[in-house]
Design a protein around this ligand. Structure first.
Ligand code: SOE
Length: 392
C-alpha cells in the first residue's frame, strides 16, 4: 500500500436497495484493493424507513443513518452525495447537493426526462466552476473487457466503424404474475426497459466507439399491461400483494440509429428475453475487424482481425484478466475473473482519483444528458409511427 492518504472523502448515500447495496460494496472495497488518493469515509445512508435504513447502515457499513436526505447537505463530514434512488428523485437530490457544494455520483439513467437532465447538467456546470464535480453511474464502462474494446477501436485495430449491434436482454418479467415494482411505474422510472437497461447500451455504444448517435427510429412494446400489486414496493421481483395495477412503461424497446462517424447502430432492450438473465451484448463491425462482448461471459472479449491469414483467421477469445489489462493488476492472477460488483468498485476508484486531481469525471452529467436525449428521441419516434428523429 502507498502512503495512507491524508485527505478524507466523506460519503453520504441516498437509497439502500439493489443499487445502494452495490454502491456500498464499492465504497467498502475500493480502498482495500486500490491505493486511493483520498481516504473514503462511509458517513451516512438516507432512506424513508427509519428501521429499514438503520438496518441497512449496519448491514452495508455506514456510520450513521437518517430518514431525511437533506440533512446530508448540511453535514461538514459529507463531501459527496451518492444518489441510489429511483429516477424521479435524481434531479431534486443531485441539484440540491451540487448547489450545497457536495460532489455527486448519480445512478443511471441520469433522470426521467430531458428537462430534468438539462437541469442537472446545468447545475453540474455551475458547481464545476467552484470545484464541485459530478459523475453519472454507467458502470458497464468499467468492465475491463469494455475498456479494452474502447482502446482497440481508438487504436484503429478494427478500422472504420460500420456497425454497432447492442442488446440488453433480461427475462425477470416474462412471468405475468411477477408483481409491480417502481421500475414498472412511469412516474417513478420515467420509462421501462428503454431507460433502465436501454440507457446502458446507448452509453456503451457511444463509449466504445467514441462516437455519438445523430438520429434514431424506434418502437416500444408492453406485453403485460396489468400485474399483481407488490407486497413490498421495491426490488426486481418482490412478493405479490392484494389486487392488480397497471404497467405504465415499456417492457421492450427496439431502435436503430446512425453514428456520427457514418456507421449504423441497432439496439434492443427487453425484460422478456426468456432465458437471458443479464446479457449485455455489443458487437462492433469495422472495416478491418470486429469486437464482440457478452456480459454473461464478462471476462472475455472476442476479436476478429481481418488482416490475419485466412488459413488461421477467426474470432480470437481474449481472456481479459492480464495485469496489463485495465483495473486487473489490483485483483487476482490471470484467469481468475471479475464479477458484476467490480464495475461499481472501479467506478469508485475512477471517481476518487478524479476528485483528488480536480478532474471532471466521465461519464459526466453532460454525457448522461446525451443518453437522455437518445431515450427521449426513441420515445418521440415511437409516438410518431417510428419515424426518424434527429439528435442535436
Ligand atoms: C434492472 O434492470 C437492473 O437492476 C438495472 O437497473 C441496472 O442498471 C443493471 O445494472 C442491472 O439490472
Amino acid at each position: 500500500m502507498g502512503d495512507a492518504p491524508r485527505d478524507q472523502l466523506g460519503v453520504g448515500m441516498v437509497g439502500y436497495s439493489f443499487m445502494g447495496a452495490a454502491h456500498s460494496q464499492a465504497w467498502r472495497t475500493a480502498p482495500r484493493f486500490f491505493d486511493l488518493p483520498l481516504r473514503v469515509g462511509m458517513r451516512v445512508v438516507a432512506g424513508r424507513s427509519a428501521d429499514g435504513v438503520r438496518a441497512a447502515a449496519d448491514r452495508l457499513g455506514w456510520e450513521d443513518s437518517t430518514t431525511d436526505w437533506r440533512t446530508l447537505l448540511d453535514r461538514d463530514d459529507v463531501d459527496l452525495v451518492d444518489v441510489c434512488t429511483p429516477g424521479n428523485t435524481h434531479a431534486e437530490i443531485a441539484v440540491a447537493a451540487l448547489d450545497a457544494g457536495k460532489h455527486v455520483l448519480c445512478e443511471k439513467p441520469l433522470a426521467n426526462t430531458v428537462a430534468e437532465a438539462e437541469q442537472m447538467a446545468a447545475a453540474a456546470e455551475r458547481a464545476a466552476e467552484r470545484g464541485v464535480l459530478a459523475m453519472v453511474g454507467f458502470t458497464y464502462r468499467r468492465v475491463p473487457a469494455i475498456q479494452l474494446a474502447r482502446q482497440l477501436v481508438a487504436e484503429g485495430r478494427i478500422g472504420e466503424v460500420r456497425h454497432v449491434r447492442a442488446q440488453y436482454l433480461q427475462d425477470w418479467l416474462t412471468d405475468p404474475s411477477a408483481p409491480l415494482s417502481w421500475r414498472l411505474d412511469k412516474d417513478k422510472a420515467g420509462s421501462g426497459a428503454l431507460g433502465d437497461i436501454g440507457a446502458h447500451v446507448v452509453d456503451l455504444a457511444q463509449f466504445v466507439t467514441g462516437q455519438s448517435l445523430t438520429g434514431v427510429s424506434g418502437l416500444l412494446e408492453t406485453f403485460v399491461h396489468e400485474r399483481p400489486v407488490a407486497a413490498s414496493s421495491s426490488g426486481l421481483s418482490g412478493q405479490a400483494g392484494e389486487g392488480t395495477g397497471p404497467v405504465t412503461v415499456d417492457d421492450a424497446a427496439l431502435f436503430f440509429g446512425r453514428l456520427s462517424g457514418g456507421g449504423l447502430a441497432s439496439f434492443e432492450a427487453t425484460r422478456f428475453a426468456t432465458g437471458r438473465k443479464n446479457a449485455i451484448r455489443i458487437e462492433i463491425n469495422g472495416s478491418r475487424g470486429s469486437l464482440a462482448f457478452d456480459f454473461e461471459d464478462m471476462n472475455v472479449l472476442h476479436f476478429f482481425d481481418d488482416g490475419e491469414d485466412s488459413h488461421t483467421a477467426g474470432f480470437r477469445r481474449i481472456v481479459v484478466t492480464e495485469p496489463d489489462h485495465p483495473y486487473i493488476a489490483a485483483w487476482w492472477p490471470p484467469g481468475h475473473g471479475l464479477g458484476y460488483e467490480h464495475g461499481f468498485t472501479h467506478q469508485v476508484v475512477d471517481l476518487v482519483e478524479d476528485l483528488a486531481a480536480a478532474r471532471p469525471p466521465r461519464p459526466s452529467f453532460a454525457d448522461g444528458l446525451a443518453v437522455q436525449r437518445v431515450l427521449d428521441a426513441v420515445e418521440r419516434s415511437w409516438q410518431q409511427g417510428s419515424s426518424w428523429v434527429d439528435l442535436p
